[in-house]
Design a protein around this ligand. Structure first.
Ligand code: PLP
Length: 385
């Protein structure tokens, strides 16, 4: 059946103060920062417009209906039952992670990351006065896995206080399996390491895969974890600055709540989140089909025409990790090549920490004509070498 949502519809984003588009030169196609070039669901737009009409935008509280929309969404989409009181809103996942680190660590503690990974994690750890312990992912046969023996060794360090897990993993696109998560959870429990599970991309999973919320595996994992979720990636609402943390441990929750940090949804963020989580299922299902076609187009095109660049198959997210090492360029050379020769702005692999050299991250959350144009440019640039 043909989808009634038109993701091919071009949306002019230049001139809207868009980080993605307005920081890019006119002749460059921006495929970097993680937001999509699609309009949010109609119900979300209408809910915001209704509230705009009121004209008074003072301090606001989160309504019962918002909590209910969140808990029902998580239960419906991810089969995870969360209590209302576990939920704490924040203006973003990163402010939430920073706050949690400040609440649970002491200066000099160590926090495990799994590079290549979302760059701001490194800053958050350092800005909390902690040290990064890097449990680098393994890349074999075009696929990433965790180095679990190394994770265990790092977890055993008496100064290790937390792990920041990224699931689905940005940028390598893995959706960690129940088995992998169970092992991670067990290692962390045994070594008293708190798990901060960033699940911001968890609604964006391709059909062959299933997102397992780490905390849903058992009560012990739930009590030892903080889960970060948001409607921002799913429904393209990043500019509304609203995310939430699920903190089952009441002591950690109290510590977080006692910190002088913003702990609210924004007025329009709360309204948008409620509408999205209440009415957004069909839109999201159609989006996932569209992204799946983009993912297949990218993989098929590169394999047939530009085999020097290899796709690491994304299991979730619209961010695709591309292995460009066969082009034989150093980091500077690859960055210049993509921007100046191919005319596309992608994230450079090295910025995600060790293991990222020679890779790029491409955002395919865009109408297909944009993706096709970018692939044509990339192919021409590679063939001109
Ligand atoms: C894994 C991950 N965590 C956090 C964020 C940022 O979230 P927020 O804008 O809510 O701070 C992003 C954005 O790309 C992300 O990919």
């Amino acid at each position: 059946m043909k989808s009634c949502f038109d993701f091919n519809k071009p949306v002019e984003r230049r001139g809207t103060d868009s980080v993605k588009w307005d920081l890019a030169d006119d002749d460059v196609i921006p495929m970097w920062v993680a937001d999509m070039d699609f309009e949010s669901p109609r119900e979300v737009q209408e809910a915001i417009m209704d509230r705009v009409k009121h004209g008074v935008y003072g301090y606001t509280i989160e309504l019962d209906s918002l909590f209910e929309a969140v808990t029902k969404w998580v239960s419906r989409r991810h089969n995870w039952t969360i209590e209302r009181e576990w939920i704490v809103f924040t203006p973003g996942v990163m402010p939430g992670i920073l706050g949690i680190l400040q609440a649970i660590t002491r200066p000099g503690d160590k926090v495990i990351l799994q590079s290549p990974v979302y760059t701001p994690f490194f800053r958050a750890v350092r800005n909390s006065g902690c040290h990064v312990l890097n449990n680098q992912l393994k890349y074999e046969n075009n696929r990433y896995t965790m180095n679990l023996p190394d994770l265990e060794e790092k977890a055993k360090d008496p100064r290790t206080r937390a792990l920041i897990l990224c699931n689905p993993h940005n940028p390598v696109g893995r959706v960690w399996t129940r088995e992998e998560l169970s092992t991670v959870g067990k290692i962390c429990l045994e070594n008293d390491v708190v798990m901060i599970s960033d699940e911001i991309h968890s609604d964006l999973i391709y059909k062959e895969y299933k997102h397992i919320p780490l905390a849903s595996i058992c009560d012990e994992f739930a009590e030892n974890s903080i889960t970060c979720i948001a409607p921002s990636k799913t429904f393209n609402l990043a500019g509304l600055n609203t995310a939430f943390l699920v903190i089952p441990d009441s002591r950690v929750r109290r510590e977080f709540q006692n910190m002088s940090l913003p702990k609210r949804a924004t007025i329009f963020g709360g309204i948008a989140a409620e509408a999205a989580y209440t009415y957004g299922d069909n839109w999201l299902d159609a989006l996932l089909d569209y992204l799946d076609d983009n993912r297949r187009l990218l993989a098929g095109y590169l394999k047939a025409r530009t085999p020097q660049i290899k796709v690491v198959e994304p299991e979730g997210t619209y961010l695709v990790w591309l292995d460009c090492r066969q082009l034989g360029m150093d980091n500077d050379g690859l960055e210049k090549f993509m921007l100046e020769k191919a005319g596309i702005w992608v994230n450079q692999g090295y910025s995600f920490g060790s293991g990222g050299d020679g890779f790029i991250r491409m955002n395919i959350g865009c109408p297909r004509p944009i993706l096709e144009k970018a692939l044509g440019r990339l192919n021409a640039a590679v063939n001109s070498l």
